[in-house]
Design a protein around this ligand. Structure first.
Ligand code: AR6
Length: 169
């Protein structure tokens, strides 16, 4: 049974086995939570991302998939990078967002991670409406078979926290 916890705060301050990063396909950094993870985690994360790009991820990490690297100086063993879809009203990309949570948990299982922290993937720069992002995140984690014992959603502000809390009620 996977327990779901909600925390309001900065995901780079969490102590867990794996911290999930809302990355982009390049894996070479960006703003938002991605920028914060690379800043606090230090250069070892980017070095490993560059190695992945030079090896089997030459074209980058496709949307909806996940890959792990070291967590550098973060208080975690791994960072699991996933690429959320950009929100657009013209097309339903919900399945790709659900895939981010499923694939991150699959990678976590491969690693043997028991505690995993997630941000609200796609709900920042990629524009996904927070309430819907929270619904997809919670529903997908609840529906995924995993050996992860604790999924911790780490929400940056009150609005995000409330959106996730509403889904769990
Ligand atoms: N801890 C927890 N949550 C955070 C933190 C933090 N330190 N910083 C931001 N958030 P975003 P996306 C929240 O934009 O929408 C990057 O440039 C933020 O308030 O980080 O998937 C990547 O390289 C929001 O609720 O990710 C991509 O190009 C949530 O995390 C692009 O942004 C996700 O916001 C990905 O956009």
């Amino acid at each position: 049974m996977t327990a779901i916890e909600l925390v309001r705060g900065d995901i780079t301050r969490e102590s867990v086995d794996a911290i999930v990063n809302a990355a982009n396909s390049s894996l070479l950094g960006g703003g938002g939570v991605d920028g914060a993870i690379h800043r606090r985690g230090g250069p070892a994360i980017l070095e490993e991302c560059r190695r992945l790009r030079a090896a089997h991820l030459g074209k980058g990490l496709p949307t909806g998939q996940a890959v792990a690297t070291t967590a550098g100086n973060l208080d975690a063993r791994w960072v699991i990078h996933t690429v959320g879809p950009r929100f657009t009203p013209e097309q339903d990309r919900s399945e790709l967002l659900a895939s981010c949570y499923r694939e991150s948990l699959r990678v976590a299982d491969e690693l043997g991670a028991r505690t995993v922290a997630f941000p609200a993937v796609s709900a920042g720069i990629y524009g996904w409406p927070m309430e819907d992002a929270a619904r997809i995140a919670v529903e997908t984690v609840l529906a995924t078979h995993t050996a992860v014992l604790e999924v911790r959603f780490v929400l940056f502000d009150d609005r995000a926290y409330e959106a996730f809390a509403t889904q769990l009620r």
